[in-house]
Design a binder for this molecule. Structure first.
Ligand code: NAD
Length: 366
C-alpha cells in the first residue's frame, strides 16, 4: 500500500516528536510491504516567519492531495500577544475548517506500569480505557454573535452556542460506530447540560434518535458537571464519551491526566472527506503543545506522536495489525523501564527523544 502523507511538524517540540513518528512509520511500512511517501511543510509560527501566514494555500493544497496529515504542534511564546490573524493556532482552525474535521478522537488508557505517574490512586485507574469524541467545528467557539461592547450598564460581552441536528447527529454517530468496533464496554456516554441549555436538550433528543440505530450499544446521558466528577471518581466505567466542543475541550484535558503524562496521548481529527485513495482523511496530532520550556533539549516524550502514527494506520488505512504492533511496542518499552524525563522515576532508564524512538523501533524489529 502507498502511504501518502502531508507532514506538518510545526513549532517547538512538534518537530522533534514528529521526526520519531516518521522513523517508526518508515520501519513499520518497510516491514509490511508498504511505501511511505511524505512531504513536509511549514505550519504555525514557523510558517508565519517564513511565509507570512500560519498556513499557506500551497500547504493546504499539499494536504488536499495527501491521504492524511501527520501534525506536530503549533505556538510560540513570542506570538502570545499577537492579534488573532497573526497567531500560529490559526493554522489549526484553517485545517479543521478546510477539511471539515468535525470529530476529535482522544483515546485514554491507563497502563498499570505507569500508575505512579498519575496523581490518582491505582485502584481508581485500574481498567481505564476510554475514548472522548469531541465535536470540533461547532458550538460556542464558532457561534455568532461573539463580541464585546459597552452600553449604559457598563462593559458587556456575548458568545453564542448554536448546534444543528445535523451537527449533533454526525458526531453522535461517530461515537456509536466507535463503540461498536472497539473491544470495550459497548457503551456511549453522551455528555450535555440538558437541565439548563436548549442546545443540550436538542443534543439529548438527537442522541436518543441515533441510539435507536445501535440496539447493541448502551446509551447513557450524563450532565457535564457529573461527568467531570465521574472522570476522576470511577473513570474505568466509561467506554466512549461524546460531547460538544467546549465541554469536550475541558473534559479531554481532565481525562488526559488519567494516563500520567501529556506526552503519551495521541488524537485524531476526522471528517466526512475521503482521501485520494478513498480512505478516511484525518489529521493526527499529539494532544500536547510545543513545550517551549524543553524545546531543543532532545528530551520531549515522542510516544504521543508515535501513537498518532498508530491511529493513522488504523483509521486512515485500516491497517489494524500494524497499528497494534506500534501500540504494543510502546507498551513494551515502558514495561522495560525506559522513560523520557516527564515520566522518569528512580530505578528506570532515562532516554532522550531520539533514543525513545529507537527503543520503539527495536521492539518492532524483534
Ligand atoms: N495542538 C497544538 O498545537 C497545541 C496544543 C496545546 C498548546 N499549544 C501551544 O503550545 C505552547 C505551549 O503551551 P503549554 O505550555 O500550555 O502546553 P504544552 O503541552 O506545550 O506544555 C505543558 C507542559 O507539558 C510538558 N510537555 C508537553 N508535551 C510534552 C512531551 N511530549 N514530553 C515531555 N513533556 C511535555 C511541557 O514541557 C510543559 O511543561 C502554546 O503556544 C500553546 O498555544 C499548541
Amino acid at each position: 500500500m502507498q502511504l501518502n502523507l502531508a507532514v506538518l511538524p510545526g513549532d517547538g517540540i512538534g518537530k522533534e516528536v514528529t521526526t520519531e513518528a516518521l522513523k517508526v512509520l518508515g520501519v513499520i511500512a518497510g516491514q509490511n510491504g508498504h511505501t511511505l511517501n511524505y512531504e513536509e511543510a511549514l505550519v504555525g509560527g514557523a510558517a508565519l516567519e517564513a511565509e507570512g501566514a500560519s498556513i499557506s494555500q500551497a500547504t493546504l493544497d499539499l494536504c488536499k492531495n495527501s491521504d492524511s496529515i501527520l501534525f506536530g504542534a503549533v505556538g510560540l511564546p513570542k506570538y502570545d500577544q499577537a492579534p488573532a490573524d497573526r497567531r500560529p493556532e490559526q493554522a489549526l482552525f484553517a485545517l479543521r475548517k478546510t477539511f471539515d474535521l468535525f470529530s476529535n478522537l482522544r483515546p485514554v488508557k491507563n497502563l498499570p506500569v505507569l500508575q505512579n505517574a498519575s496523581t490518582l490512586k491505582p485502584e481508581v485507574l485500574n481498567g481505564v480505557d476510554l475514548v472522548v469524541v469531541r465535536e470540533l467545528t461547532g458550538g460556542i467557539y464558532f457561534g455568532k454573535p461573539s463580541q464585546r461592547f459597552t452600553d449604559e450598564g457598563g462593559r458587556k460581552a456575548v458568545d453564542t452556542l448554536p448546534y444543528s441536528e445535523q451537527e449533533i447527529e454526525r458526531i453522535v454517530r461517530v461515537a456509536f460506530e466507535l463503540a461498536k468496533t472497539r473491544n470495550g464496554k459497548k457503551k456511549v456516554t453522551s455528555v450535555d447540560k440538558a437541565n439548563v441549555l436548549n442546545t443540550s436538550r436538542l443534543w439529548r433528543e438527537v442522541a436518543n434518535e441515533v441510539g435507536k440505530d445501535y440496539p447493541d450499544i448502551e446509551l447513557e446521558h450524563m450532565l457535564v458537571d457529573s461527568a467531570a466528577m465521574n472522570l476522576i471518581r470511577k473513570p474505568a466505567a466509561f467506554d466512549v464519551i461524546v460531547t460538544e466542543n467546549m465541554f469536550g475541550d475541558i473534559l479531554t484535558d481532565e481525562a488526559s491526566m488519567l494516563a500520567g503524562s501529556m506526552g503519551l496521548l495521541a488524537s485524531a481529527s476526522l471528517g466526512s472527506i475521503k482521501n485520494p485513495q478513498g480512505g478516511q482523511f484525518g489529521m493526527y496530532e499529539p494532544i500536547h503543545g510545543t513545550a517551549p520550556d524543553i524545546t531543543g533539549q532532545g528530551i520531549a516524550n515522542p510516544l504521543a506522536a508515535i501513537g498518532c502514527a498508530a491511529m493513522l494506520l488504523r483509521l486512515t488505512y485500516g491497517l489494524e495489525t500494524e497499528a497494534n504492533a506500534i501500540e504494543t511496542a510502546i507498551e513494551n518499552v515502558l514495561h522495560k523501564g525506559y522513560r523520557t524525563p516527564d515520566l522518569y522515576e528512580s530505578g528506570m532508564t532515562r532516554l532522550g527523544t531520539s533514543q525513545m524512538g529507537d527503543a520503539v523501533i527495536a521492539e518492532l524489529q524483534k
